[in-house]
Each structure stands twice: as structure tokens, then as C-alpha cells.
Design a protein around this ligand. Structure first.
Ligand SMILES: Nc1ncnc2c1ncn2[C@@H]1O[C@H](COP(=O)(O)OP(=O)(O)OP(=O)(O)O)[C@@H](O)[C@H]1O
Length: 383
């Protein structure tokens, strides 16, 4: 993910920081077992109204199961799921103010776009005239008015995705549940659609819960992200927080690219930590406040784009400076990723932005280089 910007700049919306905010979706000590297998493990989570919330994690970590418990396709084995203060236990899916949009879209192939959008409304026995108005409104919302009479096979992947979205929104759910909604789209269309989704969510003022294993997608669309592992939430925070202040090696490593150097904490004062990373990493000093004791093991975590690579040694190389040899260079166009092998044998990645069009490579294979960084560039993790 390199030095990519962290999502669109969002409104100043942060109900999770306000103790007076009422929870909207609440998981209270929820466990979900399938036979002996624990898919969700004693999980507690609060999501707020109008939030765009992303569940992120590797395959099988329980993301979809969580979402299905909101939709009513699964019930918790233990614990409660509440929506707007109401316990959802026993409420069937069609009685819940939620709608789930699947990756496959599940459009009816023999029906036109407008008939697909109208389907749920007919089932709800909405008066015909109202259905027509609502369908028109939804078509305009997803910019598909000219395609109303087409069948799904006459649409592109992105258009089908928008029909599915219009159909999910037609019944005006309070919560839209999106399970890998953009999985079928190519990268470029996917990126455009992510911004459209955010736009739509803000325009409608709805709560969106998205499941994805694409971390860039989660970072782009979400107000907050929950990073999951084996049925548990490891960290819930804004995209910038999970990127800049991961609470563990698991989160640091799952989101973007990161270098982890193991060491021993030698000094830990208020706002300052020193770590001895041995021959490979040298002495690291970090501006950070944390609970740790000298002597404890720690990991210095730093993103590749936060290191400066140089052919010349720095003037005062006592801390936050390591030397190594360029072992590999990955040219990605916008940036190059340098793999630098340290004396101890470990490899560190550093990203260099290719600002000029020059194909000249000032730093090349086997060059001896120095990596430096400021004291606020990385963080120390103890788990
Ligand atoms: N109906 C079921 N019966 C038995 N096991 C299930 C059932 N549904 C899910 N599981 C198991 O629970 C775990 C979590 O599944 P879930 O679908 O929630 O994962 P996920 O994080 O959404 O994964 P993916 O990203 O692959 O969709 C998996 O190991 C899965 O095999």
C-alpha cells in the first residue's frame, strides 16, 4: 500500500468520541459457534448511526458471520445484538430494518432493471404508484435512469453492482450491509465506486456496514475499521489510527507494509522510549507514551515510506539510523521499494517516491546505504 493517502477527507464525524452518543448497532458479548467451531468469540462492539463501518480481516475470521447476525440470517449462540436499542433476538430478517447486498448481486436475470429494483417493494405490497416513484428515485440515485428497461446481461459489471445497490436501498433500510460489494469489479472501477459509495452513504445519511478483506477499500470508505482475527476484534479505530497507531504487530502487519525490528526496551519515560535492537537495528528512540518496563521485549514498527534512504552516512549517527546494503529494488512507477539487508541479516523495506521522470537510479543494487528517520516516525509495540 506504500505511501498512499488514507481515504477521502471526511466530515468531522466522530460519535465514538462522545460519551453521550447512543449506540446504533450493538454486539454485547456475542459468541457464535457452528458445532464445536467458534466463529465469533465473546465479541463486544458498538457502531453509531450514520457511520460507515468496515469489518476487515483474513478469510474465515468471522466478518460475514457478524454481519449475518445483524441481518438475521444467523443468531448468536451467546450474547445479544441490538439495533437502535432493540434486541434483535428472534426477529426474522424481513422484519429487520436492514438489507444485505451480496457480492454476487443476486439480480433476477429475466427481469428488467426497474423490475429488479421494484421486487422487494411489491413483496411489501407497496401501492403501485408509490413503487413507480421509488424506483425512479433509486434509478436517479445510482445514475441508471437510461438503463431502466435493460436486463442484467445487457449491463456492465459496474452497472449491475449499482442495480444491486439500488435494489438494496429501495426499501429504505436503516442499515445497509455490504458483503464484499465491489469484489467483482476491476481495480479502476472499484476505486471510483468506493468514492461513489461514500457519497451515497453521506447523501442518504444511512449506516453502512461493509465486509472486505481489501484493506485499501476499508481505509477508503470507512469512518472506522475493525481489524479481526479468529472471531475477535483486535483493534477498532479510524483508518489513520490503525495505520499510524496500530495496537499490535498483527494489526501493523495486516494494514499496509511495515518493518518490525525486535529489541529490548532500555528506557521508558513519559513520552519517550529507547529500544536496543541489537546490531541490525541499533538504538531506536521514539516519542511515545506507553506502559512498559525496561528489560521488556518490544518491536519497533516503522512504515517503509517513513524512512529516508541515503548513500551518505548522517552526521550524527547515534540513534535512529541503520546501515545496510541494497539487496533488491521493486520499481512500481510512482514509488520504488528498496530492500535493504542489515548487518544482522534482517531486511528492511524503504520506499522512495519517484519525483522525477529520470530513469537514472541514484541508489542501486549492492550500494551501501543509510536509513534514518525522525523520532515520531515509528512506534514501539509490545504484543
Ligand atoms: N454455517 C456454517 N457452518 C459451519 N461453519 C461455518 C458456517 N458459517 C461460517 N462458518 C465458519 O466460520 C468461520 C467464519 O466464517 P465467515 O464467513 O464469517 O468468515 P469471513 O471472515 O467472512 O471470511 P471470508 O473473508 O472468507 O468471507 C469460517 O471458518 C467458516 O468456515
Amino acid at each position: 500500500m506504500a505511501a498512499k493517502a488514507v481515504g477521502p477527507v471526511k466530515r468531522s464525524f466522530a460519535p465514538w468520541r462522545d460519551p453521550a452518543s447512543a449506540p446504533f448497532i450493538e454486539f454485547r458479548n456475542v459468541t457464535k459457534r457452528f458445532g464445536d467451531f467458534v466463529a465469533v468469540d465473546d465479541l463486544t462492539l458498538t457502531i453509531y448511526e450514520r457511520e460507515f463501518f468496515a469489518l476487515l480481516g483474513p478469510s474465515g475470521c468471522g466478518k460475514t458471520t457478524l454481519m449475518r447476525m445483524v441481518a438475521g440470517f444467523d443468531e448468536p449462540t451467546v450474547g445479544e445484538v441490538l439495533l437502535d436499542g432493540q434486541n434483535l433476538a428472534g426477529v426474522p430478517p424481513y422484519r429487520r430494518p436492514t438489507n444485505m447486498m451480496f457480492q454476487s448481486y443476486a439480480l433476477f436475470p429475466h427481469m428488467t432493471v426497474e423490475a429488479n429494483i421494484a421486487f422487494g417493494l411489491k413483496q411489501d405490497r407497496m401501492p403501485k404508484a408509490d413503487i413507480a416513484t421509488r424506483v425512479e428515485e433509486m434509478l436517479a440515485l445510482v445514475k441508471l435512469t437510461p438503463f431502466a428497461k435493460r436486463k442484467p446481461h445487457q449491463l456492465s459489471g459496474g452497472q449491475k453492482q449499482r442495480v444491486a445497490l439500488a435494489r438494496s436501498l429501495a426499501r429504505k433500510p436503516k442499515v445497509l450491509l455490504l458483503d464484499e460489494p465491489l469484489g467483482a469489479l476491476d481495480k479502476k472501477l472499484r476505486e471510483d465506486t468506493q468514492f461513489e459509495l461514500v457519497d451515497l452513504q453521506q447523501k442518504l445519511g444511512l449506516t453502512f456496514l461493509i465486509v472486505t478483506h481489501d484493506q485499501e477499500e476499508a481505509m477508503t470508505v470507512a469512518d472506522r475499521v475493525a481489524v479481526m482475527d479468529q472471531g475477535r476484534i483486535i483493534q477498532v479505530a479510524t483508518p489513520a489510527e490503525v495505520y499510524e497507531q496500530p495496537n499490535s504487530r498483527y494489526v501493523a502487519d495486516f494494514i499496509g507494509d511495515i518493518n518490525l525490528l525486535e529489541g529490548r526496551i532500555t528506557v521508558c519515560n513519559d513520552g519517550f522510549i529507547r529500544l536496543d535492537c541489537g546490531v541490525g537495528g541499533g538504538t531506536v528512540e521514539v516519542d511515545q507514551t506507553m506502559d512498559a518496563t525496561p528489560g521488556e521485549n518490544g518491536w519497533f514498527a516503522i512504515r517503509p515510506e517513513k524512512m529516508t534512504l541515503s548513500l551518505d552516512p548522517p552526521e550524527n549517527p547515534t540513534v535512529n539510523c541503520i546501515a545496510g546494503d541494497v539487496w533488491d529494488i521493486g520499481y512500481l512507477g510512482d514509488v520504488s521499494i528498496y530492500h535493504v539487508r542489515l548487518a544482522g541479516g534482517a531486511t528492511v523495506k524503504a520506499t522512495v517516491t519517484n519525483r522525477t521522470r529520470l530513469v537514472e537510479r541514484p541508489i542501486s543494487w549492492d550500494d551501501k546505504v543509510w536509513l534514518t528517520w525522525p523520532r515520531d516516525a515509528g512506534i514501539v509495540l509490545t504484543r
